[in-house]
Design a binder for this molecule. Structure first.
Ligand code: ATP
Length: 211
């Protein structure tokens, strides 16, 4: 019953998120991929819509009949900033010591992971699955390069049979859509149709978000 966590602000969720989450769930040796909205994003100072609405959009975007994608609200239960190390520590407590746990990140996040709170301890609690993002590459030297080199593993069966400790690089389809593009389109009065599921587009219009 291995689990993958795919964190984000999801302000709002879009087809790029849902497509990559689906590909990750198929690729990784997991039975479930949980999309995890952050409560108070530690690295962002922009105004985001309330957590409850971001979560509702995720839930309706995923749909009710999806056997693999679910929503994890663990970061919404805290009032402090959502540090990944706290999240994976708590997830590990809930899952027990032997269930494989994957934290899914984009290459943009990996490239600056050494600025995260207690980043060196993350692999004590989970594996890290990194998806490529155009314009970003893994560091070529320095302590972060050494850390990545030391823990990198391309053998999925090894990852599926150990609870934590490895970094896996995935080459997945990145759609040319972002939450920023969606918010900007809405502000300009342009359509966002087909950038996110129709149910999410309808929700945004109904609640007059991002106007
Ligand atoms: P914003 O435009 O507000 O910065 P975003 O679209 O990048 O938001 P986030 O919620 O910050 O979305 O992203 C959550 C995760 O989804 C990150 O790991 C990010 O790399 C990944 N992601 C974002 N957009 C895409 C996309 N189009 N395809 C694949 N992955 C994406």
């Amino acid at each position: 019953m291995a689990i993958a966590l795919f964190g984000g602000t999801f302000n709002p969720v879009h087809n790029g998120h849902l497509r990559i989450a689906t590909e990750l769930a198929e690729l990784l040796p997991v039975s479930e991929l949980r999309m995890m909205p952050c409560g108070i994003p530690p690295h962002r100072h922009k105004k985001v819509v309330p957590a409850l609405q971001r979560m509702e959009m995720l839930q309706i975007g995923i749909g009710h009949d999806n056997p693999t994608l679910t929503v994890e609200d663990i970061e919404l239960q805290r009032t402090t900033p959502s540090y990944s190390i706290d999240t994976v520590t708590l997830m590990r407590e809930n899952l027990g010591p032997s269930v494989p746990l994957f934290l899914c990140l984009g290459m943009d996040a990996l490239a600056s992971i050494n600025s995260w709170n207690r980043w060196e301890q993350l692999l004590n609690f989970c594996h890290i699955a990194v998806s490529s993002r155009p314009g970003f590459s893994a560091p070529k030297k320095g302590p972060l390069f050494e850390w990545i080199n030391q823990h990198s593993c391309a053998d999925l069966s090894k990852l599926g049979s150990s609870p934590a400790g490895h970094i896996y690089f995935c080459d997945l389809t990145m759609l040319a859509v972002s939450s920023t593009i969606i918010r900007d389109n809405i502000k300009r009065g342009d359509s966002i149709r087909y950038m996110a599921p129709d149910s999410v587009v309808d929700y945004i219009q109904q609640h007059r978000l991002y106007e």
